[in-house]
Design a protein around this ligand. Sequence first.
Ligand SMILES: Cc1cc2nc3c(=O)[nH]c(=O)nc-3n(C[C@H](O)[C@H](O)[C@H](O)COP(=O)(O)OP(=O)(O)OC[C@H]3O[C@@H](n4cnc5c(N)ncnc54)[C@H](O)[C@@H]3O)c2cc1C
Length: 594
Amino acid sequence: MASAKPAESLTVPLLEEEPSSLLKSLYYGHVEEDLAFPYPEIPADVKETVAAFSDAYREFDAANVDSEKIDREHFFPREVIAAMGDLGVMGMTIPEAYGGSGFSSAAYCKMMELIGPLDAAASIIVGGHQSIGLKPLILFGSDAQKRKWLPDLAAGKLVAAFALTEPESGSDAASLKTTAVYDAKTDEYVLNGTKQWISNGGFARFFSVFARVPSDEKDKHREICCFAVVTAPDGTLPGLVRGPEEKKLGLCGSSTTQIIFENCRIPAANLIGEKGHGFKIAVETLNTGRTSLGAGAVGGSKAMIKLAVEHATQRKQFKTRIADFEMIRHKITRMTAKTYALEAMVYLTTGLIDRGVPDYSLEGACCKVFGTESLWENINDALQIAGGNGFMNEYPYGRALRDSRINMIFEGTNEILRLLLVLSGMKELGDHLKEVQGALKKPLENRGILTEYAHKRMKGVITSDKLTRVHPVLRAEADLFSKYAGVFANAAETILRKHGKKVVDREYQQERLADVIIELYAQLATLSRVTSAIEKKGEEKAKGEIEIARWFCHESKHRIVAALKALERNRDAETTSISERVYEAGGYPYDLWE
Ligand SMILES: Cc1cc2nc3c(=O)[nH]c(=O)nc-3n(C[C@H](O)[C@H](O)[C@H](O)COP(=O)(O)OP(=O)(O)OC[C@H]3O[C@@H](n4cnc5c(N)ncnc54)[C@H](O)[C@@H]3O)c2cc1C
């Protein structure tokens, strides 16, 4: 892939000290401004490299990827996958030392922005391979394992898949049942079990498989291990059976199959990472993959805005361009502002990843949830603007809806990610609260060693840190952010104190808190991005972006206020009893005619 040779600065210098997580800090009213400001700069040589590779991919796509045919025939030609390997698409994230291009997270995400809207099935092949399939090997593999498999994975000679889900184990991934029993005589593991809905399952030759090594371990998470399962060049491996292709609502050209293990023997040397660390490996792999799903949503949203503008400016009704009707303007502005905020979040997050910030799990989850839901709404807005045409299969909206719907389900459903956003933050908050409780017992002795949070907490109510690095022109928005970040921190603490460990069952409240932290991250990323734009271009040239930031932060504030109010005043008890009656009736119990 000569044109896509990585530039020096694709590798960003790592931070000397490990700062904590940007979003976890918000739980105790602290804003790690150094993580959010300045907005990550994409160096000119990286832009050039990615632009050249984008051109090469667009050309390749036009010549080789017949997207309509792929969708119609539910088949992605295997020779096109091989050609994608030749182009270098399958090795973007693989370090140069192992034959890949060593793209930074930002560069990879920019490519995923492009690939998704051109053909969603292609993006699943590339993403299933790189975002998750081979990621355990990159993150946790030994040098010998990397040397053995990464060059072929980079060249696309091996396509990777990530095999975690099982028929009985979806969101509750730790309950997986596939076993890997060690056979000391042959120094092999023997795999048995069924993996479900595995992307690239029909043709992958390298599987990251999560299986349980039975033991006396009390913590059953600690039984889970990650294994590289590699087939022969013809795709076979004794004991590995590929199920038939699933018939899906969308992403029809992508391959999704069961992978069944029946006494499948693999060398013990294929264990990836430490024994018993499989669950951690799965979680960390998915954490890195989620940002690129957000990037795909940026690309899809931009494509929808383009279509919506084309139609709205050409179509006339009542002798007027429909673009001039205020309800259409509102949709266009809403789509644009959400896309701007999402793009800001995605590339703030890739900036954290590329700087070596160790914990970006919550930021990645925000990109995935906000991105996939914004894309869905943006497609819906674009379809509405297209009117009846939007409903016709000759237009791209229906397919976009079908293809994008899965985004809210896989790589952690958006419900599970909302739980992650709150419970991980609360875990850290709980640790800080323990410190406060301990300190209160001996306040004088502990004064010197308290964290900033404990100091603040002992003084009374938590106030969030002021944002000091937002451009003065956005002072009002920055102050609103700080105000609601403070309210959020207090609300999270109140809920944690009230429910203690039982907070895990209080999902109505968790959903509201998650929605607030997603909005806060979107605001912070937007404010940081626009501040950089003003500093670079000056206020006058950044006028459009300032307006978007104001518009987005204002709308976002209303969503935050509604969620925060509902934490205190809600109809949760009725929500439970209404749903209970419906469950008991087995459906709608109030038919007017019965
Ligand atoms: C096209 C496709 C491709 C896929 N690719 C892969 C792949 O490559 N590798 C792989 O390992 N897996 C893959 N999956 C599986 C995917 O990750 C799972 O479908 C997903 O994790 C959800 O699991 P589930 O379908 O069993 O749903 P369930 O876990 O049964 O969930 C059903 C519903 O209940 C909700 N729910 C569950 N628990 C809770 C809770 N505690 N609180 C609130 N709501 C809850 C969920 O959010 C969801 O709405 C793929 C799936 C599809 C459809």
